[in-house]
Design a protein around this ligand. Structure first.
Ligand SMILES: O=C(CSCCNC(=O)c1cc(-c2ccc(F)cc2)cc(O)c1O)c1ccc(O)c(O)c1
Ligand SMILES: [Mg+2]
Length: 214
């Protein structure tokens, strides 16, 4: 049977990237998506904004919601200090299977815990499963109608501390209107919009960075 797009993306990584070199994995995926087949990675333009937010935060514990093929997982983990951890949640088992291989090719499996399941089920278990107290940075890139309920759930579970950063992809395209309305009007957050474009296109999109004030 015909291969899937994630399988073809993995093949491009294994063909064009150097094992153990995360930046070459990121470059290989961007090349594939720009010149061969579009895929819903955060991409190179928004990826630079992601890099600057991660570098400035220098987080110890990172949560990513929505792994897909592991592009942003690898991009973030390549910037983390030695004892830090990235937990990434993926609902779709096919995506998770590919992401594990992309992460292994980049040589970052020791920094990353990929857990399969629905974010709404897993968020309340984060403390018991991984011994995590709070997350310093959360990257939201999963189902767009889950951003708001999962943010409220993280607040309820005490997973955010004063200064925790939420960085949300796709707040314009496909769009997360209920999340934006909540986070921009809540006195508990200080938000900033980084205007950019939908990965590999000229369509407007952007990242919303929000600091939890506790
Ligand atoms: O992985 C998922 C769901 S699918 C991936 C979400 N991402 C998108 O849908 C997505 C879509 C687009 C896009 C597509 C078509 C267009 F024409 C324009 C834009 C762009 C993006 O950057 C995206 O991130 C999941 C994980 C954990 C869970 O707990 C759960 O409930 C779900
Ligand atoms: Mg996205």
């Amino acid at each position: 049977t015909r291969s899937t797009r994630p399988q073809r993306l993995l093949a491009a990584v294994q063909k064009n990237a150097t094992r153990g070199d995360p930046r070459s994995v990121v470059r290989a995926i961007d090349q594939f998506c720009r010149h061969k087949e579009w895929a819903m990675n955060v991409g190179d333009e928004k990826g630079c904004i992601l890099d600057s937010v991660v570098s400035e935060a220098n987080p110890t514990y990172v949560l990513e919601l929505g792994t897909y093929c592991g592009y942003s997982t690898v991009r973030i983990a390549s910037l983390l200090s030695p004892n830090s951890k990235l937990i990434t949640v993926e609902f779709n088992p096919e995506y998770a299977k590919i992401a594990r291989q992309v992460i292994a090719w980049a040589g970052l499996q020791d920094k990353i815990n990929l857990v399969e399941g629905a974010s709404g089920d897993l968020i309340p278990k984060m403390q018991e499963m991984f011994g995590v107290k709070t997350f310093d940075l959360v990257f939201l890139d999963h189902w767009k109608d889950r951003y708001l309920p999962d943010t409220k759930l993280m607040e309820k579970c005490g997973l955010l501390r004063k200064g925790s950063i939420l960085l949300a992809d796709n707040v314009i395209c496909p769009g997360t209107p209920d999340y934006l309305e909540y986070i921009r009007n809540s006195p508990q957050y200080e938000s900033q919009y980084f205007k950019s474009h939908l990965e590999y296109t000229k369509v407007e999109d952007g990242l919303e960075k929000s600091v939890f004030l506790g």
